[in-house]
Ligand binder design. Structure first.
Ligand code: FUB
Length: 332
């Protein structure tokens, strides 16, 4: 009888623990049933960077907080969302802000998260407090939704590291990271100049020299991805921005410019893309300024549309829609 009671007690404890965990998880994320574009309507989101991890897409964005009528970016934090079907999204408590980097002073600009060996590395562009100009930092977490903490205590890239190439104060922005099939990680970034460098296996140190890539009408927002044996380097070109892309069989090039992928995005002079494969389809995630009533270049919103490859590996031009995508669970 005593044994039965003990078993009963253990089961009750186990059920209670499960319920507590479930409630805690529910409190931690906020379900946003969006459907259609833009996918996040409760706030302005910009500069999407997404990746797929364990049956879900994790989407990281900047947060446009400029009040209506203000021209200029007001961005102090980065946001995190997830979805298992690309229609229903969860929002998590703010996992990273400029203040988390003691060496930074302003501007939560474009970013990307990538996983390596069970750790999640978040590369961000922000303004350095003591070295003039923009810089790239890296934060780390044990789970994709954070909280994230500064992985170095100092910037990974500072403006003085690229001063031979560019005298601009904001050329060191818009990080994009890839881990190649041989395990070598690379960081791509840059405004007006497209830079890239190897990363050490720690993911928090540059390995060797910083190189540049010549791309027609390159403005900013490089996004590096691989698909079916090709490397793709997409980027914002001209201004207002369109998204162009180049292809190569080798991550070190040569890169062949293949044309425009996405046109100028409605009501926004920037366009900033991320490209993923999920549950058998490919997706183009970007921003425009269409969210009523104050959307615009400094109050942007994230959209998702389909991306289609041609048989030769090139990509069909994106069709931007307000309908957005269907549930990825109903894909035929
Ligand atoms: O959001 C600030 C800047 O605007 C980003 O770093 C660029 O890519 C552009 O979207």
């Amino acid at each position: 009888m005593k044994r039965i009671n003990l078993l009963g007690q253990s089961i009750s404890f186990a059920i209670a623990a499960l319920l507590i965990n479930h409630c805690a998880a529910a409190q931690q994320s906020n379900k946003i049933n969006t459907g259609k574009n833009p996918i996040i309507k409760n706030k302005y989101t910009a500069d999407p960077g997404a990746f797929v991890y364990k049956y879900a897409v994790y989407l990281y964005t900047g947060h446009d907080e400029a009040p209506a009528g203000k021209e200029g970016y007001t961005m102090q934090e980065w946001l995190c969302f997830s979805s298992t079907d690309l229609v229903n999204w969860k929002e998590y408590p703010v996992p990273l802000t400029v203040k988390d980097f003691k060496w930074a002073k302003a501007d939560a600009w474009a970013s990307q998260v990538i996983e390596r060996n069970g750790k999640f590395y978040w590369y961000v562009a922000t303004e350095h407090a003591t070295i003039s100009g923009k810089a790239i930092g890296v934060a780390v977490a044990d789970i994709p939704t954070g909280p994230f903490k500064d992985a170095r205590g100092s910037a990974l890239i500072t403006n003085d590291m690229t001063s031979k190439e560019s005298k601009m104060m904001w050329d060191d922005i818009d990080p994009s990271v890839i881990i190649d099939t041989d395990g070598q990680a690379y960081l791509f970034w840059g405004n007006r100049k497209c830079y890239y460098a190897k990363l050490k296996p720690t993911m928090t140190e540059i390995d060797g020299e910083i190189k540049t890539i010549d791309l027609p009408d390159y403005t900013e927002a490089p996004w590096i991805h691989q698909h079916n044996g090709w490397y793709y380097l997409s980027y914002a070109s001209s201004f207002p921005e369109k998204i162009g892309y180049a292809m190569s069989k080798n991550i070190n090039g040569p890169w062949k410019f293949k044309g425009i992928l996405n046109e100028v995005a409605g009501n926004s002079n920037t366009n900033h893309q991320t490209i993923i494969d999920f549950k058998g389809k490919s997706y183009f995630i970007y921003h425009n300024g269409s969210l009523p009533t104050d959307g615009g270049s400094f109050r942007r919103s994230v959209y998702i549309d389909y991306l289609y490859y041609n048989t030769d590996g090139s990509i069909k031009r994106i069709v931007m829609t307000t309908e957005g995508v269907r549930s990825a669970d109903n894909v035929k």
